[in-house]
Design a protein around this ligand. Structure first.
Ligand code: NAD
Length: 350
């Protein structure tokens, strides 16, 4: 069977990473017809938009995409392409596995956890009112003295629907991947309505998985300390948007940084796989950056389309190349280029 998958090379170092990753995926033997669709600063110069409608259509049609990083130009008036893709396709779940691979410099070993971040609600909803605006003043009035005059206000909306689908995603992921525990993380002792709702909904969902997946709760501040002290205790961690954003970077740091941190954005029937890191524009065209994060994102993609054996072989090949330390990029202590590291992984797959 041949899968049709959208490949968005992105910009900056994205195209060189995407090219190497596509070759590595092909070397697993899985047949893929890539539909190339562009987004980012390069296509903006040609087409006047960093996210052509045709790119969104391609992802929506094929339901699966592998995406290189995309720069968010500052001061052009264009919103982030990454955020726009997630919004347009309602990719509500941001999945970030964090695993220690022998050979990657890290203070920790034996970490194998997954961060599941809600992607559409919370303080990211973009409902904000500047100080002295009519809307802000109305809210200040309603607050009956709890909010100071001349405050700027950002609203934190969290719905039953939004909480339920992200927690359910985390439990389903745990079951599918044979994980034993889901930890829900909020600051519900302070934000009793919003974060309290997250817990309330999570407890209901957890009941359905009783006996199969353990459920526990942590407050975000305590969780940060716990992760630094005993990260090996955690398995699947599910969080609202803002805490998830911060904690997923913390977890990427625990396992050796951006060069090895993969990610996936899931919607109801559509998923976009991308590295956690950005476009690292200063290294554009230099064949320098580490392809591991995008290659491990492609491994998640292979699992998603049901090619679990190829995914396992791919991860094993990556792990071997990293632990041998011969053909690795600068960030892993080597002097191989993007292409050479990719080729070393391909050689392991033969
Ligand atoms: P970045 O992740 O691009 O780079 C920060 C630094 O991390 C780099 O200078 C480099 O030293 C290192 N690094 C990143 N990726 C690496 C890799 N694969 N191998 C080795 N080292 C690597 O972050 P930034 O400089 O803050 O962002 C650059 C642009 O990317 C910005 O416009 C930002 O908005 C965008 N961005 C895009 C995405 C995405 O496409 N999903 C994610 C984050 C940032």
């Amino acid at each position: 069977m041949t899968y049709k998958i959208t490949l968005v090379p992105g910009d900056g170092t994205g195209p060189e990473l995407a090219e190497v990753t596509a070759k590595v995926v092909e070397a697993t033997g899985v047949k893929i017809e890539w539909e190339i669709a562009h987004a980012g600063v390069d296509i903006m110069e040609k087409e006047g938009t960093p996210l052509p409608e045709s790119t969104l259509k391609s992802i929506a049609k094929n339901k699966v995409a592998l995406k290189g990083p995309i720069t968010t130009p500052i001061g052009t008036g264009f919103r982030s392409v990454n955020v726009a893709i997630r919004k347009e396709l309602d990719l509500y779940s941001c999945l970030r596995p964090c695993k220690t691979y022998p050979g990657v410099k890290s203070k920790y070993s034996d970490i194998d956890l997954v961060v599941v971040r809600e992607n559409t609600e919370d303080l990211y909803a973009g409902v904000e009112y500047p100080e002295n605006s009519e809307e802000a003043n109305k809210i200040i009035d309603i607050s009956k003295g709890k909010i100071r005059k001349e405050s700027a206000i950002s609203i934190k909306p969290m719905s039953v629907f939004g909480c339920e689908r992200i927690v359910r995603f985390a439990f389903d992921h745990a079951v599918k991947h044979n994980r034993k525990k889901v930890t829900a993380v909020t600051k519900a002792n302070i934000m009793k309505c919003t974060d309290g709702l997250f817990y309330k909904v999570a407890r209901e969902v957890a009941k359905e998985f009783e006996g199969k997946v353990e459920y526990e709760e942590r407050l975000i501040d305590n969780m940060c300390m716990q992760l630094v002290q005993k990260p090996e205790l955690y398995d699947v961690i599910v969080l609202p948007n803002l805490y998830g954003d911060i904690l997923s970077d913390l977890c990427a740091g625990l396992v050796g940084g951006l060069g090895v941190a993969p990610g996936a954005n899931h919607g109801k029937d559509c998923a976009v796989f991308e590295a956690v890191h950005g476009s690292a524009p200063k290294y554009k065209g230099l064949n320098k950056v580490n392809p591991t994060a995008l290659i491990l994102s492609a491994k998640l993609m292979l699992e998603y389309i049901g090619e679990t054996d190829a995914a396992k072989r791919l991860e094993k090949a990556v792990s071997e190349v990293i632990s041998e330390k011969k053909q690795v990029t600068y960030d892993l202590g080597g002097n191989a280029g993007t292409k050479e590291m990719g080729q070393a992984i391909i050689d392991k797959l033969k």
